[in-house]
Design a protein around this ligand. Sequence first.
Ligand code: ZN
Length: 306
Amino acid sequence: MPRRIKLPHRYTVWIARPGRSPLILRLSVVVPVLVLLLVGLWAGTTLYLAQMARKSEELSAQVRALSSEIRVLSRELVAKQNENQALARQAARMLDRLDALEKDLGALKKRAGLKETGQKKTPSQVPLGAGRPANTEELFSAVDARLKALKAELSGKVEPALFRTLAREAATPRGYPLWVPTYIASGFGVRKNPFGRGYEFHNGVDLPAWYGTRIHATAPGRVVAVGWSRIFGRYVKIDHGYGYQTLYGHMSRIAVRRGQYVKRGQVVGYVGSTGRSTGPHVHYTVFVNGRAVDPRPFLGLRLASR
Ligand SMILES: [Zn+2]
């Protein structure tokens, strides 16, 4: 049979006091138990609080580390966004410049005698509808695609056409064959025969000038005929290519040989009155693909270099 410990109901506490009689306290057994309980509670609470404080310190350190990391990241993000925006702006500027280039290309095409039809509509020329803003990648791929198309069109189509046009223009007779004041004394077409009755077809224009005035080639080319004709007297015929030929008649003297290449403006002979002529003048004919045409539109063309 277990022995039951019998606890005393009361404790006596002696508190010594120097020079005086000791203080005697008679305490119930409940008091030390209560004290012990309180001490235990205090210790537990303190420990718990200390632990919590440590944990919260750890947490706040983690929060600090995280927030500094977030700051760094957000700075990087802002930098990246700025960079991205700068790139997008650059792409937009390139697209604007492409617009201008495409307009220039259109002008070049016109100059080269190409039709503007068949030109693909570029994104900025397409009627605008609702859409989200394009991102940088899309902008750059649009720039790339349009640049490639532009380059292909320029080198494959426009440039060769332009060269042909410029070469043809360079070969086109322009201006007067005389560099002194003159006038059209007799025009192109059917006219009264100045030497007899009836009408004749005058295949050029007659430009009066002093005897011996220099006659200039109206375009570069090769002298294909130099000689004498009953009608034109001493004459020179030049082939300029592209179907263009010019003839200068009634010369007093010829200054070129057959087969010779002449520049625009080069002296080919001198004004005279040889052949069927009533006074010193140059008879000037322009042939297009072997047919004489009215030289007036060609006379009106401005000389770029004179
Ligand atoms: Zn004539």
